[in-house]
Design a protein around this ligand. Structure first.
Ligand SMILES: N[C@@H](CCC(=O)N[C@@H](CS)C(=O)NCC(=O)O)C(=O)O
Length: 307
């Protein structure tokens, strides 16, 4: 099988989510460092416009969004599982809590408590990108954001009440990673984090256990090498479009796939796969060759391109 290549940057919380999945599964992977802000020409050559961090490349298959990446890692490397106690669908559903309810106010705090320190190009980029953040009122909103983060920290702490080591039992799983990555972001960016977790001994012990999950075996890779790998590879994805899908699409239909939240850049291609949970499209780029780009369906719009 081709190498796993993660396109990411070290400070990215969503990338930390995937690095921990790779660590939990004790996988070897290659790391391409991408820019924190646009432009990202080498990433866009692979994705066709999707700019968020991280993206996982396996040969000529390009997986966008941490939820799609989790499903693919679990499919290709089932053991050790991201769901050691089962319950996968519920854990996937809980990404609506971790990735939005917990992450968004944490990101607001990371921005709002550091606005004066954030380099201007990053601040300008994120002002345009994070459409859910009211940058003009972030400072006034800090008490509200602290209260929102406290809601989630309290839930995690209370889930550990029974004395279990991890949120659903004795072994770490995706639910722990989902709950941990916003705390990882707070630690790195919000000076008052020690106060937010003070007195929560169970949470602190769990946090240390999560740090020990690690990142697996990481080796460097350049973006030029990653593009050459894509260029020489052929996608291993099967073409399968559900004929009963409500959108009424067929294989090879030209469509765009667009995140419905923030970073709403459409990716244009020929439909390859469409199931209840996943969508994939084929596209060509002079430098990346012919690639298949994969997205989850939850939180993404698929639109037919006429003509
Ligand atoms: N739903 C996406 C969210 C990813 C996301 O928002 N990532 C942030 C970085 S942590 C991002 O893309 N920031 C802007 C950038 O990297 O250009 C996922 O699960 O992968």
């Amino acid at each position: 099988m081709s190498d796993l290549i993660l396109h990411h940057f070290d400070l990215s919380p969503f990338a930390e989510k995937v690095r921990l999945m790779l660590g939990l599964k004790q996988l070897s992977w290659r790391s391409v460092e991408i820019p924190m802000v646009m432009p990202k020409p080498d990433l866009i050559a692979l994705t066709g416009g999707y700019r968020k961090t991280p993206v996982l490349q396996i040969g000529a298959d390009v997986y966008c969004d941490t939820r799609r990446i989790a499903r693919e890692l679990e499919r290709r490397f089932p053991s050790p599982s991201l769901f050691p106690q089962g319950g996968g669908p519920l854990v996937e559903a809980l990404s609506a809590w971790s990735d939005r309810v917990f992450f968004d106010p944490g990101a607001g705090l990371a921005m709002g408590t550091n606005q004066a320190l954030i380099p201007a190009p990053v601040l300008e980029d994120r002002k345009a990108f994070f459409n859910f953040m009211d940058f003009a009122n972030l400072e006034a909103d800090l008490p509200h954001l602290y209260s929102q983060v406290a809601v989630s920290l309290d839930l995690v702490d209370r889930q550990l009440e029974s004395g279990r080591d991890f949120l659903s039992g004795d072994a770490p799983g995706l639910i722990d990673i989902q709950a941990y990555f916003p705390l990882w972001m707070l630690r790195g960016n919000v000076a008052r984090t020690p106060e937010l977790v003070a007195g929560r001994a169970r949470l602190l012990a769990w946090e240390q256990r999560m740090q020990r999950v690690g990142h697996g075996d990481r080796r460097p890779c350049t973006s030029a090498e990653a593009l050459a790998i894509a260029q020489q590879a052929t996608s291993t994805s099967e073409s399968a479009v559900d004929p009963k899908d409500p959108l009424g699409l067929a294989a090879e239909d030209r469509v765009t796939v667009t995140p419905d939240d923030y970073g709403r850049v459409p990716v244009d291609g020929a439909l390859v796969g469409l199931s209840t949970q996943d969508v994939s499209i084929r596209r060509h780029d002079d430098r990346a060759g012919t690639v298949v780009v994969h997205f989850p369906r939850g939180g993404y719009r698929i639109d037919r391109v006429n003509g």
